[in-house]
Structure formats: C-alpha cells, structure tokens
Design a protein around this ligand. Structure first.
Ligand code: HPA
Length: 234
C-alpha cells in the first residue's frame, strides 16, 4: 500500500496504462483485459490489474492535472515495481490542422508549470517522453496501420482562462494541442529514471468549438487504447 493507492505490493504490474478518468480505467479493464481485478479504489481512483495476451497489465486513473498525476505516478514508480507508465488521454487542439479523433504520441511536453522545478529542481520548461516506450508506440502504430502524429504538446495547469489567445509557450515550442498531465508524468519519470509516454486523442478543436460528443467517446478512444495495450504488451 502507498498513501493514495491501496493495492498490495505485487498487485500492480510493471506496465501501467493511465487514463485521467477512473471510469475509463474500469471500461478498459472490463473490456480489454482478462480476469481484471480491482486492486485499489482509494478516493474512487480505480486501479485494475488483469491479463492482456498473456501479460499482466495494470490500468488505473491519474485524475486531472499535475498535482494528481504527480502523486499517482510517483507512488506507482516508487512503491510498486512499475517501470513504465503510458498515459492515455484527450487533448484540445489549438489549430484546425488537427481533427477530432487524431492520435498524438507526445514527443515533448511544454509547460509554464513550476511542478518540475519545485518537485525535482528540473528547470526545463520542455520535457521529453522518457525511455524507449515512445518509439515502441510509433512502431506499434505502424504495425497496426494506425496514423499517429509525433508532436510537442502544451501541458497546462489551466483549463479555463480569461484570454482565449494561444498561450505564448505553445507557440514557442510549436505545440498544436493542450492537455494537463504529460509534463508532470515526464518530470517524475525523468527524476526517477523510469519510462513514460503519453498518447492523446484529440477530443476538441478549440478555435471551432467542435468536440467529440459524450456518446462518441467510448468508440473514439478505442484505437488509442488498443495502441497502448499492444505497446505495453511488447
Ligand atoms: N484544455 C486542456 N486540457 C484538455 C482540453 C483542453 O481544451 N481538452 C482535453 N483536455
């Protein structure tokens, strides 16, 4: 057990798929894993461990934002045997060049957040994915004939803001989309020498207001889930 995860040692696999939403973790466990076992439900942040094509995999939520993914990913890496976390989330596009349902494999996360600086004395505002899992995801996507975009993204503390203009940091680092967790995950993995990747499905186009409807979400996220599971399996 760790402070925020009640699974016993040995109940969490080496590879963890991490959506933001606990109910998405439940959906993935129940629809894609054999014999899924609920191993933690502290604060209703659900973690399941099950079997995918013979390999043990855990899927559990990160919650939203750096404070939340910072806690869960740190405890997974340090209190359990986890060596790889693949975040699977959604993002908002800053540009109509991206379309809803597009899949992004995050190369670097740019952030104005002080999370990495104050947690680990990591001063950079642009942090890369960690380890080789990013490349495994790209190779796996090719094998699955799935089009993915390797790209930088803006990892932000802010969902609602006064000024709708694209934030300066997103322009500076060529980030066509925004989410709220990758930078925190990459910072923890960098500090701890672990593997981390983030795969995102574009759920909304900010300039046009177009978005994936609630009932489209389940099917919309399926290709990303399958990509993450296949990469995790390798
Ligand atoms: N902003 C931040 N995070 C997001 C968004 C957004 O517009 N869409 C999905 N995750």
């Amino acid at each position: 057990m760790s402070i925020h995860i009640s699974a016993k040692k040995g109940e969490i696999a080496k590879v963890v798929l991490q959506p933001g939403d606990p109910l998405r973790a439940k959906y993935i466990a129940e629809n894609f894993l054999e014999n899924p076992r609920l191993v933690s439900q502290t604060r209703h942040i659900l973690y399941y461990t099950g079997i995918y094509k013979g390999k043990e995999i855990t899927v559990g939520a990160s919650g939203m934002g750096f404070p939340s993914i910072g806690i869960y990913s740190f405890e997974l890496y340090t209190e359990y045997v986890v060596d790889t976390i693949i975040r699977i989330g959604t993002c908002g596009a800053y540009t109509t060049d991206l379309k809803v349902f597009d899949i992004l494999n995050v190369e670097n996360a740019a952030s104005e957040s002080t999370y990495a600086k104050y947690a680990w004395e990591i001063e950079e505002e642009l942090l890369p994915h960690q380890g080789s899992i990013f490349d495994v995801i790209n190779e796996t996507a090719k094998e699955l004939s799935l089009v993915t975009n390797s790209t930088n993204i803006h990892s932000s503390d802010i969902f609602y803001r006064k000024n709708p203009a694209i934030p300066e940091i997103a322009t500076k680092y060529n980030c066509p989309a925004v989410e709220m967790e990758a930078f925190g995950l990459f910072a923890n993995a960098k500090y701890l020498g672990k593997n981390a990747a983030t795969i995102l499905t574009v759920s909304d186009i900010i300039p046009s207001g177009e978005n994936i409807s609630a009932d489209q979400r389940e099917t919309a996220l399926k290709p990303m889930i399958e990509l993450a599971l296949e990469a995790a399996w390798k």
